[in-house]
Design a protein around this ligand. Structure first.
Ligand code: ADP
Ligand code: MG
Length: 705
């Protein structure tokens, strides 16, 4: 369409597009160049890699009679009637028809002039999404254009790309920039970083053709393939994007090899004493993982290892073994957990284990204040406390260690890469950093781990301690509450304990706590013979801790809670878990909750209550939990049903916002991505940097170690 303005025209020997600033594009002055830069669009290449998210078909005029809701369509119709309705919201309703049917246009924002434009008989070209309205199909705030008498406006001759736009960066601007950038594309103007042999092997087109195709699909484009994201041009780009992510993580890992760490040699006195003090023997899987950790820790470069183990597989003991090795070598250990409750429980465990070994364990959370805080900080800085346990508070600026040798992070999926690196840097002295151990009970399917955790080595505790009976799960509607209460009554009469977890639609924590309070009161009334107690996030720490301790000791029969108890809480005598509004929680979260029971030898059960009606998807998801107790299987299913962002939780989603790739859809590319990454790192280090820059820009979470 538009070409670069003459004043800024390009010379005969054109620079490659990755070195041309956006300001060479028509309509981009210094001001807007600055603004575009804040969106990561600095060069023409950046514009080219800002890829369409979907396409709109404006090539054909659709008859109204053939529209279905959900369609995006262009129609041409005449105005029958226009009126302003004063309902809950003032709106302008315009009924149009084209001889095959009628449709309502609905505007909430409009001015007088606009309103007057809709005279009866006026002909319009309209583009929008078809929705189901109360009376007939509707379009809300469609784009429209008035057609003059007898005027014939041609339709678009190709699919219209829709770019990811945000406030301050409009669709139309992006389309114009995209058009221009594409018109500048020519062989040789954009470096091809994938080796020829690889392109040939995978049957991929060259970069320039692929970009041209996705930005400006030709009139005869395969619309279905494009919409599904499986057109060869899209796949070619998705491959390169996955490669960029994978490379950046591999680079983090490689760089870590050049960092140094204190080798933590093993002398077995304390460790043997520790094992002897435990009431059980480690499982074979635990022993194997401990050996893997030990082999890492003796190295003079930092361990970066992820330990995955299903809920209840016994990760804590494994972490303790690693901590002991560090302490024996005169180093400090920091153990970070995502919630106060969980951190506190670790504190209790470690204190119990380590006291007899002469190891000092300290506690730090945001709630430790004043003098107590001063004391903890002092003893950490002086190296008197050898093992520090806490929450995020551990990596705040004021916290200093004397000699931090090992960082352990529990339930990693709740922390971002940043937080993980911040804590590690606490112990950094020049090129020397602490070893890192990351533990998670959210099993990470291979597809995800390749894209997200390729910077870590990985160990799996793939065995549960002996004597556990699988939890039986039932899914029942809330209307059968009475039955559920009866179950609680029976379990507790038999000397067991139960959890009752309240969740709410509202995001608000205070409302959630309120609901839990109400439920606790109610249950205490209908179950007068039981000792009922309550924990939620808004309670004083001391109260919460005291109630948890009472539950653990068996002084409480029924514990009503919010999802604060989701991770890690360990009370083996509890055999019944009730979860309200289960349909609102993620599968992994439900699996975690369920993992609070089934920790002893008795048959445990989990009741997932839902509020009817259940959507098809919700039904499927809950069925997964009923059918399996295998956390890996659940995570895989969840990924299939909901996609990676949901599965890992919001904190991680920022990291996996792909421009064109889709981890589920493009799984079959991953093996090839890995092979290509290895090859490029060995043979084309220059390309590695360029590919990462092209796809990830200067995203802070990558690249830095
Ligand atoms: P998770 O992997 O979910 O963090 P924990 O470390 O909390 O699991 O362990 C769950 C429970 O299993 C704890 O009560 C722990 O003491 C116990 N446990 C750990 N390892 C073993 C084992 N080898 N044999 C028996 N019980 C074990
Ligand atoms: Mg745990």
């Amino acid at each position: 369409m538009s070409t670069p303005s003459p004043g800024k025209s390009l010379n005969e020997a054109p620079a490659t597009l990755d070195s041309l600033p956006v300001s060479v594009l028509h309509g981009v002055g210094p001001k807007s160049a600055e603004r575009l830069a804040t969106f990561g669009l600095e060069t023409v290449q950046d514009v080219l890699f800002h890829l369409p998210r979907r396409y709109e078909d404006r090539t054909r005029i659709a008859p109204i009679g053939g529209l279905r809701f959900g369609d995006h369509a262009v129609i041409e119709a005449e105005v029958d009637l226009a009126e302003v309705k004063f309902g809950r919201r003032r709106s302008l309703l315009v009924r149009v028809s084209d001889g095959t049917g009628s449709l309502l246009l609905r505007f909430f924002h409009f001015n007088k002039l606009q309103q007057q434009g809709f005279e009866r008989g006026v002909r319009l070209r309209i583009y929008g999404e078809v929705r189901r309205g109360p009376v007939m199909l509707e379009m809300v705030h469609p784009e429209y254009q008035r057609l003059a008498e007898g005027e014939a406006v041609s339709t678009e001759d190709r699919l219209t790309p829709v770019y990811p736009a945000t406030e301050g960066l409009h669709q139309l601007t992006l389309r114009k920039l995209g058009e221009q950038a594409v018109s500048m594309l020519a062989a040789g103007r954009l470096p091809e970083w994938l080796p020829q042999a690889l392109l040939a092997e995978l049957n991929f087109t060259d970069l320039v053709s692929a970009l041209r195709y996705v930005h400006r699909p030709p009139p005869n484009a395969d619309v279905r393939a494009l919409e599904a994201g499986v057109h060869p041009s899209q796949q070619r780009l998705a491959f390169e994007e996955l490669l960029a992510h994978h490379l950046s993580l591999r680079r983090v890992r490689l760089r870590a090899r050049h960092l140094q760490a204190v080798p933590l040699n093993r002398s077995s006195t304390l460790l043997d004493a520790f094992y002897a003090s435990l009431p059980f023997a480690l499982t074979a899987a635990q022993q194997r993982v401990v050996r893997e950790l030990q082999a890492d820790l003796v190295q003079s470069h930092p361990m970066m290892r992820l330990v995955q183990g299903d809920v209840g597989s016994g990760k804590t003991v494994v972490a303790a073994a690693a901590a002991i090795q560090a302490v024996e070598c005169g180093c400090q250990v920091a153990i970070m957990a995502p919630t106060e409750l969980l951190a506190e429980q670790h504190f209790g465990n470690f204190e119990g284990w380590f006291d007899g070994l002469g190891i000092r364990v300290g506690w730090l959370s945001g709630k430790v204040k004043g003098k107590a805080r001063g004391q903890v900080l002092e003893s950490l800085a002086a190296g008197e406390v050898q093992v520090a346990i806490g929450t995020h508070a551990l990596f705040q600026e004021e916290v200093a260690f004397e000699r931090l040798g090992l960082v352990i992070i529990d339930e990693q999926h709740r922390f971002g890469v940043h937080q993980r690196l911040a804590l590690r840097d606490k112990g950094r002295e020049g090129q020397k950093v602490p070893h890192q151990l990351i533990m998670t009970a959210t099993p990470i399917p291979r597809t995800l781990s390749m894209a997200l955790y390729a910077d870590l080595d990985s160990s799996v505790i793939d065995e549960l301690p002996p004597g556990r009976t699988p939890v039986q799960t039932v899914v029942i509607p809330e209307s059968r509450r009475e039955e559920v209460i009866q179950r609680v009554r029976e379990a507790c009469r038999d000397g067991r304990q139960a959890y009752w977890v309240c969740t709410l639609i509202e995001e608000s924590e205070s409302l959630q706590c309120q609901a839990a309070e109400d439920t606790a009161t109610l249950l205490a009334e209908v179950l007068p013979e039981l000792r009922v107690s309550l924990v939620h996030g808004r309670m004083k720490e001391a109260d919460k801790a005291q109630r948890m301790a009472a539950f653990k000791q068996g002084d409480i029969d029924l514990l009503v809670a919010t999802t604060v108890i989701e991770v890690g809480v360990d009370v083996p005598n509890a055999s019944l878990m009730i979860v309200e509004n289960a349909e609102r929680l993620g599968l992994s979260q439900l699996h975690q909750l369920r993992g609070r029971v089934g920790r002893g030898a008795v048959q445990s059960s989990c009741v997932l209550m839902y509020r009817a009606p259940l959507s098809q998807l919700a039904r499927k998801r809950l069925a997964v939990l009923r059918e399996t107790n295998d956390g890996f299987e659940i995570a895989r299913k969840d990924l299939e049903l909901r996609g990676p962002g949901e599965v890992l939780g919001t904190r991680q989603t920022g990291m996996i916002q792909f421009r064109i790739a889709d981890l589920m859809r493009d799984q079959q590319l991953l093996d090839k991505v890995e092979a290509a990454a290895i090859q490029l790192l060995e043979q084309h280090p220059g390309a590695v940097k360029a590919i990462i820059r092209r796809w990830l820009g200067h995203a802070p979470q990558y690249g830095q170690v």
